[in-house]
Design a protein around this ligand. Structure first.
Ligand code: ZN
Length: 278
C-alpha cells in the first residue's frame, strides 16, 4: 500500500476549528497544484479495490467551475469517488475485520457496496425501496429493502455498520441512531458520512412529514443525487453538534470525526468519517 493517509481525529468543536483553520489550508495548497484548466483530467491515485491507477477529476457540483468538489470526484474506473475510496481504505486498514465479519452497509447497489462485499463477503447491503418491497424483504433482483429508522435486524447483529450520506435524508434521525446502536454488537462501530455543520451547536430540520402524511418544507428544498431515484433525495437535516449529544445519550462512546487526506492516494478535499462505538 502507498504511504499512509493523514488521519486527523476531532472530538469537539475546538478540534475541528483547528483542522479547518490551521491544517486544511496547508493541504489545500498542495492539492491545488494538481488542478488542471482542462474540463476533466486524470491523476494517479489509489483505490483500495483496484490498486494504483487513474482517478478522474472534473468540475461537476463545483460552485465556481474552477475548484473541483474533490470529495465527490476523483473517480476510479470502478466507480468509487474520493469519499468512497478513502472510506473503504479506512475500513480495510483500521476496522479489524475478517472474512467472517458481519457488516451492514446502508446501500446495496453502489460501487462502494460491491467493493466492500469483495473484501467482507458477509456484508449485507440494502436500499430504501418501500414501494417495491416491504421493509426487511428482498426484491426479485436480490436487493434488500431496509429503513435506517426501522431496521429489521436482531439486536447485537453486526461487527460494523456503514452509512454513507444517508442520515441527512431521514425524517427521524434519532430513530435512525437508536436503530444503529441496537443492531451493533457491543464494541462494534458505526461509520457515518453526513454533511455536518461544524460551526453549529444545534441541528436544523429543513422538512417534516405533516399530519396528512405529506412533506412540509420548513426551509427551501434541496435535493442530492440518489443512486436509485432520479429525482434525488430531499435534504432533511443540517446537522450540528447536538446530534452527537443525542448519540452519546444512547450509549455511543469514543465519538470522533476522522479527517482523511492523502497526496499519494489523491484523497483530496474535506473527507471525514463520523465514527461511533457501541
Ligand atoms: Zn477502483
Amino acid at each position: 500500500m502507498l504511504e499512509l493517509a493523514l488521519i486527523y481525529s476531532a472530538r469537539k468543536p475546538s478540534h475541528t476549528e483547528h483542522y479547518f483553520q490551521d491544517i486544511y489550508p496547508l493541504l489545500d495548497k498542495v492539492q491545488l497544484k494538481y488542478v488542471s484548466c482542462d474540463a476533466s483530467f486524470n491523476l494517479t491515485g489509489y483505490c483500495p479495490s483496484c490498486g494504483v491507477g487513474n482517478v478522474a477529476v472534473d468540475y461537476m457540483f463545483s460552485a465556481d467551475g474552477k475548484t473541483p468538489v474533490w470529495r465527490e470526484r476523483g473517480v476510479c474506473s470502478c466507480g468509487m469517488n474520493t469519499r468512497m475510496r478513502c472510506t473503504l481504505d479506512w475500513i480495510l486498514s483500521s476496522e479489524n475485520l475478517s472474512r467472517n465479519s458481519l457488516v451492514y452497509c446502508n446501500e446495496g447497489t453502489t460501487a462502494f457496496y460491491k467493493a466492500l462485499l469483495d473484501f467482507v463477503p458477509l456484508t449485507i447491503g440494502s436500499e430504501y425501496i418501500p414501494k417495491k418491497a416491504p421493509l426487511g424483504s428482498i426484491d426479485r433482483h436480490g436487493l434488500r429493502c431496509e429503513s435506517i429508522e426501522n431496521l429489521s435486524f436482531a439486536d447485537d447483529s453486526f461487527d460494523l455498520l456503514v452509512s454513507l450520506d444517508v442520515l441527512e435524508h431521514v425524517f427521524d434521525y434519532q430513530a435512525a441512531l437508536r436503530n444503529m446502536y441496537r443492531v451493533l454488537k457491543p464494541g462494534a462501530a458505526a461509520l457515518i458520512t453526513v454533511p455536518f455543520h461544524f460551526n453549529r451547536a444545534d441541528s436544523v430540520k429543513r422538512a417534516e412529514i405533516n399530519a396528512t402524511g405529506h412533506i412540509e418544507h420548513l426551509l427551501p428544498a434541496v435535493y442530492h443525487g440518489d443512486p436509485i431515484n432520479n429525482s434525488g433525495a430531499l435534504l432533511v437535516y443540517d446537522y450540528g453538534w447536538d446530534m452527537l449529544d443525542y448519540a452519546k445519550s444512547l450509549g455511543f462512546r469514543d465519538i470522533q470525526f476522522l479527517f482523511i487526506w492523502s497526496e499519494a492516494k489523491k484523497y483530496f478535499g474535506i473527507n471525514y468519517l463520523l465514527r461511533l462505538m457501541k
